[in-house]
Design a protein around this ligand. Structure first.
Ligand code: ZN
Ligand code: ZN
Ligand code: FE
Length: 750
């Protein structure tokens, strides 16, 4: 290397303190020249004797929030030799100035709020280049203070000096603030506003009160997680009878009540600070997550949370602050209006939230970390597309309906949006339309291709049709799940066919029935349906999604066990439903794995209606997880039929005789899990053994069931397996699969 070079750095290198980092490196290696941002990332012109070591340190010492994808060097000649190292003005317009995700409070800022400097001690909005709010305070690009909800706060002289000093940790930290100049907390209750916000809120929480707390991406509802009475009150007022509540605790509390593994600790401590599902060890009130083996925990991720947790000294419930079915509240007035019936007070502040982001959710399975809900701290991070998609057109895809998210493709990258939620809710639907416009503007996106599900009754599909003027590309739901798994694993476009085991809720099939438990063989360009769960009616249509017993009824009748159905479901209107099913009225055929789980949960005594999606299946997973693993050897059988259908009829016989013999429900639940895993794994394995498939991909919402995932991988044996880690296996990841399939389609047409 000569002593001068042009150095290009690619990756997540803007808005993360990269230029001051390079400036400081230059000082320590005695390098002269300049560093600047441009549309491709960071550009450095450098001269000095130690150039090689300087270049190496760019990767090895990069700042915490940076991700260096590539460092490219080329020879360079300065017109006039530089005498110092400068941070130069940004170059180029239309720059894809990256916005990084929101990041949890860094150790240095935590030390500041516990330290002696009166500007930061106890100050709830302390942040720096390595941490703090980003995407949640951003109105539009470029990412600078004027475009954020910090625009209204004028920096004091001290903050301005930190902001301007390349040697300072807060150099160019857009939300920089202190107690003198920045946002302020307030606590309100029935007696008005109080200045000692944290201390008073902590005291009232310990007395059993319920608060709305304004966080980073929205409001939380909060109460003492060790107080059963407070939890019951919260559940009653929020009309949320059993759905698990998330907890926030410091390391002390988390290790006292759970026993996180190394991998779980790493997930908790990541800059996204997600909710991580951890096995219950030391008991907390059962009402936090009835019937579940696990609790969702997160660490405090803003100074406000740290200060509150320090003052309370016990774990807190932190569940999203919304009315049932609606999106999380983000505005102060909105909170006072909507949450008044639920809470005893409000811990507020005067920094606005520009965009709503739920907490992200993860679990660690025996096969590694898995993202269940992709939101705060994880967006707007892009995923590189697999080889073969370099020339993909700009695509936008709109996902499904219940766990909606959209996906944009541009420049060989996919941007999967945050979790947007259930489009049946009108407010969520409005947010969905806004998110479409919002992401397009943020990423300077001009889509040529619009993509949706085959199911044209979905609001997301109608939106695609409207945007495309009727020229949208429609993608089969489970093909999209398969492609999402391939794309996230970087499976090349010409990598060959893969066997996809897709175990899911509901998705419209090409034959007009509703699919949901399939073995597909294919790739981005197409697929065949090689095996599937034998379809059964959904008696009562939508009602069958809420009431598990309806699926048990349909499956028992199908298996020729009508008298068993009559005996076990004596109180239900079976005669009417049989008449309707015989005429095909309101009884669509479905091969859904989710509904088979529901049916089985009903057999084990789950009666009534589910209060949230997946309730019965989650209870079944929790039961099966408690059973001795050796019971896998007694998996319930399925019968493969000549047309590719897998008939579950024999499993009912087997399970009923186990019940009659008095076998415990935990063991029966495990034998059921193992039965499904083995039946589908056998089909997929046959495709790899015959050479038709190169690997097996696992996708669909049921693979968020960690036990089912593990049993399926075990049953597959030594074949290569692709699974979801970064992109949700459920419909939250669907849009990624839709987008790559449509990109492949479009590239074939060219
Ligand atoms: Zn910091
Ligand atoms: Zn200040
Ligand atoms: Fe799905």
């Amino acid at each position: 290397m000569s002593d001068a070079a042009r150095i290009r750095v690619r990756g997540q290198v803007q808005g993360v303190g990269f230029r001051p980092f390079v400036w400081q490196l230059a000082q320590s290696f005695d390098i002269r020249g300049e560093v600047l941002n441009d549309p491709e990332g960071v550009l450095i012109h450098a001269q000095g004797a130690d150039l090689q070591a300087f270049v190496a340190a760019i990767t090895t010492d990069a700042p915490p929030l940076a991700r260096v994808d590539a460092v490219e060097t080329a020879a360079f000649r300065f017109d006039t030799p530089p005498e110092s190292f400068e941070i130069a003005a940004s170059q180029g317009s239309g720059a894809e100035t990256r916005v990084t995700p929101d990041a949890a409070t860094c150790p240095d800022c935590l030390a500041d709020i516990r330290g002696d400097d009166p500007r930061r001690r106890g100050y709830a909005f302390t942040n720096c280049t390595h941490c703090g709010p980003r995407f949640t305070i951003l109105h539009g690009l470029p990412y600078d203070r004027a475009q954020t909800t910090m625009a209204g706060f004028t920096m004091c002289a001290d903050c301005a000096a930190e902001y301007a000093d390349p040697a300072d940790r807060r150099f160019h930290a857009q939300p920089v603030a202190c107690a003198v100049c920045g946002p302020q907390l307030s606590f309100e209750d029935g007696h008005g506003a109080h200045p000692e916000a944290i201390a008073l809120a902590a005291q009232r929480l310990k007395e059993g009160a319920i608060f709305a707390i304004k966080g980073l991406g929205g409001f939380h509802l909060c109460c003492d997680a060790t107080n059963p009475q407070a939890i019951e009150t919260l559940r009653t007022r929020k009309r949320r009878p059993v759905k698990p509540l998330a907890l926030m605790g410091r390391w002390d509390e988390i290790t006292a009540y759970a026993n996180p593994s190394e991998a779980e600790r790493a997930a908790l401590a990541s800059v996204a600070a997600p909710i991580v599902l951890l096995p219950k060890t030391t008991p907390l009130p059962e009402a936090l997550a009835p019937e579940q083996n696990r609790l969702g925990w997160m660490l405090p991720y803003t100074p406000l949370h740290h200060l509150l947790l320090d003052a309370v000294g016990r774990p807190l419930v932190m569940t999203s602050g919304n009315l049932s079915g609606e999106p999380q509240v983000i505005g102060n007035d909105e909170a006072r209006e909507k949450l008044a019936e639920i809470v005893d007070g409000y811990l507020l502040h005067n920094r606005d939230i520009a965009r709503r982001l739920d907490d992200s959710v993860m679990q660690v399975t025996p096969h590694g970390p898995m993202i269940l809900r992709r939101a705060r701290g994880m967006v707007p991070e892009t995923l590189p597309l697999p080889p073969g998609f370099e020339d993909a057109p700009q695509v936008v895809s709109f996902g499904a309906h219940l766990k909606s998210a959209i996906c944009l493709i541009k420049n060989g990258q996919a941007l999967l949006s945050h979790h947007l939620g259930d489009l049946d809710d009108l407010l969520t639907w409005e947010k969905f339309v806004k998110a479409d416009a919002d992401y397009a503007q943020l990423f300077d996106h001009q889509p040529q291709v619009f993509v949706c599900d085959l199911h044209l009754d979905y609001r997301s599909s109608q939106h695609a049709a409207a945007r495309a003027g009727g020229a949208q590309i429609e993608v089969q739901h489970h093909h999209a799940h398969l492609a999402a798994c391939l794309a996230e694993n970087g499976w090349p476009r010409d990598g060959g066919a893969v066997a996809g085991i897709i175990l899911d809720g509901l998705g419209l099939g090409t034959d007009g029935t509703i699919w949901g438990a399939e073995v597909l063989l294919g790739d981005y360009d197409g697929y065949t349906r090689e095996a599937y769960l034998r379809p059964a009616p959904l008696p009562g249509g939508d009602a069958a999604n809420r009431e598990p017993w309806r699926n048990l009824f349909a499956r028992l009748d199908q298996a020729g066990m009508a008298e068993v159905a009559d005996a076990r479901l004596a109180g239900q209107p079976l005669t009417l439903l049989r008449q309707a099913m015989a005429k095909g009225v309101n009884a669509p055929l479905s091969s859904s794995a989710g509904r088979l789980f529901d049916a089985f949960a009903a057999l084990l005594g789950y009666d009534g209606a589910q209060s949230f999606e997946g309730e019965a299946a989650m209870a079944l997973e929790a039961m099966a997880t408690r059973a001795p693993r050796a019971e896998v050897a007694n998996a319930y059988p399925f019968t493969p039929l000549p047309d590719g259908a897998l008939d579950p009829a024999p499993l009912w016989d087997a399970a009923l005789s186990d019940l009659e013999e008095g076998l415990g429900p935990d063991i029966i639940a495990l034998r059921f899990h193992a039965g499904i895993a083995q039946a589908f794994a056998t089909q997929a394995r046959a495709l790899t053994e015959s050479g038709r498939a190169k690997a097996v991909a696992l996708s669909g919402g049921c693979f968020q069931n960690a036990l089912l995932l593990d049993l399926t991988i075990e049953a597959l044996g030594d074949v290569p397996v692709l699974l979801h880690t970064k992109v949700p296996a459920n419909d939250g990841g669907l849009a990624l699969g839709q987008a790559v399939i449509a990109a492949a389609t479009q590239m074939r047409r060219r």
